[in-house]
Ligand binder design. Structure first.
Ligand code: FES
Length: 104
């Protein structure tokens, strides 16, 4: 059963930044991104060759994989239409006070 985990302070991440987080209940890290004042969480692993997406550049809700340039929409995990290796998993995010919660 999914559980909400407090993972970060909203003030500790700026727009366009991504961070890698270890969240209880998951063996693999989660990438948390902030864009346009909103927060998004995705699996921190590119489906092509497992590069951490948290190190990718974000622009207009799109993260670019730092290894080979695949692009993913951080709102829904969809890859760009030419990417052969598929989409990425997303996780629900909520804000309470100044704390970011991720549901895994
Ligand atoms: S590892 Fe992401 S595009 Fe190759």
């Amino acid at each position: 059963m999914p559980v909400w985990h407090p993972v970060f302070k909203t003030s500790d991440i700026v727009d366009g930044q991504g961070i890698s987080l270890n969240v209880p209940g998951r063996r693999k890290p989660v990438a948390l991104f902030r864009w346009a004042g909103q927060f998004f969480a995705v699996n921190d692993e590119c489906p092509h060759a497992n590069a951490p997406l948290s190190g990718g550049k974000v622009s207009d809700f799109i993260v670019t994989c730092p290894s080979h340039g695949a692009k993913f929409d951080i709102r829904n995990g969809k890859s760009d239409k030419d990417f052969f290796y598929g989409d990425i998993k997303t996780f629900p995010v909520k804000i309470e006070g100044d704390t970011v919660y991720i549901e895994v």
